[in-house]
Design a protein around this ligand. Structure first.
Ligand code: MTE
Ligand code: HPA
Ligand code: MOS
Length: 766
């Protein structure tokens, strides 16, 4: 028996509808509390990090006296002041909080200044180059150089099926190539911040802008040498995370907490943007070398590829990032024979980390770039070449890592997109335009995507939630996920409201807190609503069952309004709060063989983009983009559309304007502020931007048959890069393969144009 709908406040469904973000009214009024908005407790001190001025060196001494003598300085901490373990590595224990005897990158934290104001702390920390004495060692600054020295943060990984070398040798056509794909800064609008408040009896309460409160709890406990129950971590929301606050918030969490406990005073560490760039890692840049064998239709018969990631100086999350890259090299295509080799090159740069897509985009970019070459070399339509390679349904449906693709919708989705975007017609129009336009050249790009949903570490796929019903009928939800703007709390509140038959405003979601739900996973891998939605649904179901049982014994309350029903149940001593737990079923993964079923299901999508390139300056504009993206049965179409549009523009920035440049001798990251590092602006959004949802039930038993949406759409703007390359190719002979590197900055476009001119531009498959 159900709680009778007539007794509830509302009987309308609360999922599948476009409701505003739970904090939208606060965001727009500037009333949403981020960590720096929390009123400061009296006696709060402020910290700033002293960073290594060298990319590599033996640390000899730090002149602490000089730092101590700076105005406002209360304390200076070095590695020796960390009472527990001086490490904040999420997987491998190779990541010192403060440098001990060697510095490994320019920007590495060496000491912490604690002062009476943030300004004074930063002024003192800026003396780093005067107070740090170090003996320089030669730095290794590029992934290629580290690879040549076989210098890796984790052992190389190999994913193989069949005999790629033999298949390539026997193939009618063969192409070989290399290219480079840059990294990307998360550029969350709220920078990294931690505010640590020492509490009674040797405990600490940390407010931290983090996607992973439990990991912060662990790192802080280790650093202090404490049991985990002495550390409480709270995060109401982040002003963006994008993967940059999955592990990279840890160093600041640990520093603020160690300082606060040592001094017995609250300590806030809000990192300046330039320091954030210099200290924290970002999306891994990749280098690719590949050989592919294919037939006359462009069907891939065998492919061999090296994927060389710039991991930076420590392991961080590079191993799972590379795993996901290898598991997305197939993208939407059946590759009969593959030999993929993943190298996480160890360089003297910031330690690279999670960023939306987590290696998936890099792996999929490789195969898209390679298919673009195949289509160009054969002079065939890139759409037809892709269609020839799509995964099948009954056969040609097993991924190189052994998972059967059971939910394939790629043919139908792509067919609908190219029809609605009028691909063939516009292809002809672009060719006509280019024939009459010597300087401005248009280009079209198209690509499909398939993205695996679940953490590729099986045991991370679990979540917990608490649902409280108060005696007035109002409902409070707490779950293990974190809100970073993606709308997770809204979706979880919708699920609970729906389950209890209440309108959304009856349900409030509170800050993520390690004292409420324990042992949580990072809000990452796009699994936030899949995992926490299911856990919250389970909790709400338990409450419904208790109320149902109560009603079957006390049918006189069946017609009562919800608050009266709750009151009556309370008076009858029914437990009106519950926990809920969820673990994704059916996952298994052999991390040595890179085989198994790492993903619960796949999300699909496709995009077509049109650009115009000025061949005299290398600049471009995106004229139009069409997107069809699969979100299953959307929990909230407004939020999902926002995620797709945001991811598209963010990925467009990655592939066109966001360039990371390290000084080739010193290893200084030259592009460490918005003045030199160009993220997209409103002006870069395509003036025609058609984004549609491909709505169909998720065949997997996900929360209300929805699909995760956070990361997959970051692949869609490959279409923009491919369109730019198409425009560049139109300046060469047919069959030319423009050596365009990503990001396709004006400089990169000019280089590719020049290379085409110099080579006489033609290239054809052997
Ligand atoms: N959207 C906003 N607005 N801000 C963010 O930081 N992070 C992305 C994506 N969308 C992000 C975002 C990343 S990297 C992930 S993994 C998912 O959101 C995480 O949230 P979810 O699992 O709830 O989708
Ligand atoms: N995504 C994000 N974080 C992770 C993953 C993943 O797939 N695996 C382990 N940590
Ligand atoms: Mo997202 S890169 O998994 O935080």
């Amino acid at each position: 028996m159900n709680v009778p709908r007539e007794s509830a406040l509302a009987a309308t469904p609360q999922v599948g509808i476009a409701l505003p973000h739970e904090s939208a009214h606060l965001h727009v009024r500037g009333q949403a509390t981020y960590i720096d908005d929390i009123p400061e407790v009296a006696g709060t001190l402020h910290a700033a990090v002293g960073c290594s001025p060298l990319a590599h060196g033996r640390l000899l001494a730090v002149d602490l006296d000089l730092l101590q003598a700076q105005p406002g300085v209360v304390a200076v901490l070095t590695a020796a002041d960390i009472p527990g373990s001086n490490d904040c590595g999420p997987i491998v224990r190779d990541d010192p909080i403060l440098a001990e005897d060697t510095v490994h990158f320019l920007g590495q934290p060496v000491f912490l200044v604690v002062a009476t104001s943030r300004d004074l702390a930063r002024r003192a920390a800026a003396r780093a180059k005067d107070v740090i004495r170090a003996e320089p060692l030669p730095p290794v600054l590029t992934a290629r150089e580290a690879h040549a020295r076989q210098q890796y943060v984790v052992p190389p990984m190999h994913l193989a099926r069949g005999d790629a070398a033999a298949a390539i040798a026997a193939a009618p056509h063969k192409l070989t190539g290399s290219f480079s794909l840059g990294g990307q800064e998360q550029f969350y609008l709220e920078g990294q911040i931690s505010y640590a408040l020492p509490q009674e009896d040797a405990t600490v309460h940390l407010h931290c802008s983090t996607q992973h409160p439990t990991e912060m709890q662990h790192v802080v406990a280790h650093a202090l040498g404490w049991a985990q129950h002495r550390v409480q971590v709270t995060c109401r929301r982040m002003g963006g995370g994008f993967g940059g606050k999955e592990s990279q918030s840890a160093v600041f969490a640990a520093l603020a907490s160690v300082a606060a406990v040592k001094l017995g005073r609250p300590v806030k560490l809000r990192v300046d943007r330039d320091d954030d760039f210099l200290i924290t890692g970002r999306r891994h840049g990749f280098e690719f070398d590949w050989t592919v064998g294919f037939d006359d239709d462009g069907r891939i018969l065998g492919v061999e590829a090296d994927l060389i990631a710039n991991a930076g100086c420590t392991a961080d999350l590079s191993a799972p990032v590379m795993t996901r890259a290898l598991c997305h090299f197939d993208n939407a295509y059946w590759l009969p024979h593959v030999a993929l080799h993943g190298y996480c090159a160890k360089t003297n740069t910031q330690s690279n980390t999670a960023f939306r897509g987590f290696g998936g985009p890099q792996g999929a970019f490789a195969v898209e770039r390679l298919l673009d070459d195949i289509a160009r070399a054969l002079g065939r339509d890139p759409l037809a070449v892709r269609q020839a390679n799509f995964y099948g349904r009954a056969k040609r449906n097993v991924t190189p890592y052994g998972q059967v693709v059971e939910d394939n919708v790629i043919d139908d989705l792509v067919a609908r997109l190219v029809r609605d975007a009028r691909w063939a017609e516009r292809r002809a129009a672009v060719n006509t335009f280019n024939a009459g336009s010597p300087v401005l050249k248009k280009g079209l790009g198209l690509m499909p995507l398939k993205f695996g949903i679940s953490f590729n570490v099986a045991h991370f796929n679990q979540a917990g939630a608490l649902v409280h019903v108060y005696t007035d009928g109002s409902v409070l939800v707490n779950h293990g996920g974190t809100e970073m703007g993606q709308g997770l709390n809204t979706k979880v509140a919708q699920v609970v409201a729906h389950e209890l038959g209440l309108p959304l405003h009856a349900v409030r979601v509170t800050a993520t807190d390690t004292h409420k739900v324990a042992n949580t996973s990072a809000t990452a891998a796009s699994t936030g609503s899949d995992l926490n939605g299911k856990a919250a649904q389970a909790a709400a179901r338990t409450l419904r069952q208790r109320l149902d049982a109560f009603l079957s014994e006390h049918p006189q309350h069946a017609a009562a309004p919800w608050p009266a029903l709750v009151q009556a149940a309370y008076a009858a001593r029914v437990q009106l709060w519950s926990d809920g737990f969820y673990a994704t079923p059916g996952l298994h993964w052999d991390r040595d063989k890179l085989q198994g079923r790492p993903f619960f299901y796949f999300a699909y999508g496709a995009a077509v983009a049109e650009v115009v390139v000025d061949t005299l300056t290398g600049e471009h504009r995106v004229l139009r983009a069409d997107v069809l993206h699969d979100v299953g049965r959307s929990l909230n179409p407004a939020i999902d559309l926002g995620q797709i549009e945001g991811a598209f523009i963010q990925g467009q920035g990655w592939l066109t304007s966001e360039e990371l440049v390290w000084h080739p001798q010193t290893g200084m990251l030259a592009t460490h502020a918005p003045s030199t590092y160009k993220i997209p602006t409103a002006n870069d959004c395509p003036p025609v931007f058609n984004v549609a949802l491909y709505e169909a039930d998720n065949p997997a038993d996900s929360i209300h048959r929805s699909k995760a949406v956070g990361e997959p759409p970051i692949l869609l703007p490959f279409s923009v890069f491919l369109a730019i390359r198409d425009a560049v190719a139109s300046t060469g002979e047919s069959g030319c393969l423009p050596p365009l590197q990503a990001p396709a900055t004006p400089e990169a476009v000019m280089e590719a144009l020049a290379a085409l001119r110099a080579s006489g531009s033609s290239a054809s498959p052997t």
